[in-house]
Design a protein around this ligand. Structure first.
Ligand SMILES: Nc1ncnc2c1ncn2[C@@H]1O[C@H](COP(=O)(O)OP(=O)(O)OP(=O)(O)O)[C@@H](O)[C@H]1O
Ligand SMILES: [Mg+2]
Length: 311
């Protein structure tokens, strides 16, 4: 059923969204790495975080990276809120890495949700196209746009899905992650059927943060996922392992996994900690190399699937 409240807004042809209807499964981590990889390969890239907290995976606040736009602060989700509220362009923080701009998430995203509820009464489903519209005003600057999920909320999920071309769904192996896939699948269908974004496609789903050798569990999860998404859905083969310490350290330092792994050769070792020459948090764990490799494999698989889908 097409709705007359909606306009025909074409999402950027390389706008990928990483989202599922469950928190803490790795959405922001994967989105940051897709954006970082794309930028590192020379593609002007924009990361838009529709998230309730600012994870600062690129060290914007912690390390003062990037050039803030003039005027009011865009940190803590304020830039996202302002663009949706004013029906204006997003104002990213520029050059967080070479070729990479970021619209940070944060607290104000909660106000975006309230705004959508309020406006929906008058404007109908078109409100869920607000982000797509704000993005369309600056999309020409970028070769790729990565959207980082949305908190577990239907309105925000639909807003985010309204702005993307392909949906990538991370999942862990637990039951509530599977329920999360059901939620995002429901919103995926709503967004397409109601014309909020009829061009949205399912990119694929993937297991994230799991023991790579737990292959029988992975097979079970894959089966469940395909039951929800349909037998023709793409289930990626890469499983990024669960490696808590390097993942935590990378975020703490505002570094991508590969950037953290590069510090390993010059990092203090545990014997330096024992000798009182370094702190435990200064030691880069060996596992950071494996984690970086897993993430490289995942982003490669996703980008290859995108190229195939566009052929
Ligand atoms: N491979 C990994 N192994 C272990 N922990 C990880 C891994 N990748 C990310 N993490 C950690 O898991 C937590 C959740 O990751 P992340 O923030 O990316 O998930 P999310 O789905 O975006 O969460 P939210 O719903 O809160 O936005 C973070 O603390 C992150 O540092
Ligand atoms: Mg997140």
């Amino acid at each position: 059923m097409l709705n007359t409240d909606v306009q025909d807004i074409e999402p950027h042809e390389n706008a990928e969204i990483v989202v599922t209807g469950k928190g803490g499964v790795g959405k922001s981590t994967v989105a940051a790495h897709l954006a970082g990889r794309s930028a590192a390969e020379g593609v002007p890239t924009l990361l838009v975080c529709i998230t309730g907290q600012e994870d600062d995976d690129f060290g914007i606040t912690k390390n003062g990276r990037g050039e803030h736009p003039e005027g009011e602060s865009v940190l803590d989700g304020e830039g996202l809120y302002r663009a949706v509220h004013d029906r204006g362009p997003l104002r990213p923080i520029r050059g967080v890495r070479p070729n990479l701009d970021v619209v940070p998430g944060g607290n104000a995203v909660g106000r975006v949700q309230q705004l959508l509820t309020l406006r929906q009464m008058e404007e109908g489903l078109g409100v869920y196209q607000s982000l797509a519209y704000s993005l369309s005003l600056i999309g020409h600057r970028y070769g790729r746009i990565i959207l980082d999920g949305a908190p577990e909320n239907d309105a925000l999920e639909q807003l985010a899905l309204g702005a993307a071309r392909r949906l990538w769904i991370p999942t862990r192996s637990d039951e509530s992650s599977i329920l999360g896939i059901k939620r995002i699948a429901k919103n995926f269908h709503i967004v397409r059927k109601r014309g909020i974004n009829s061009r949205l496609e399912l990119g694929g789903a993937f297991l994230y943060g799991s023991n790579p050798s737990a292959t029988s569990i992975h097979a079970m999860v894959r089966e469940e996922v395909l039951e929800i998404l349909g037998p023709n859905a793409r289930m990626l083969s890469t499983v990024v392992g669960y490696r808590e310490k390097p993942a935590m350290l990378a975020r703490k330092r505002g570094l991508l996994f590969g950037e953290l792994a590069e510090l390993l050769p010059t990092s203090p070792k545990s014997y330096d900690v024992a000798a009182g020459r370094a702190k435990d948090s200064d030691v880069i764990p060996e596992a950071s190399v494996k984690l970086a490799g897993d993430m490289m494999a995942l982003t490669t698989e996703i980008f290859e699937a995108i190229t195939k889908a566009q052929d």
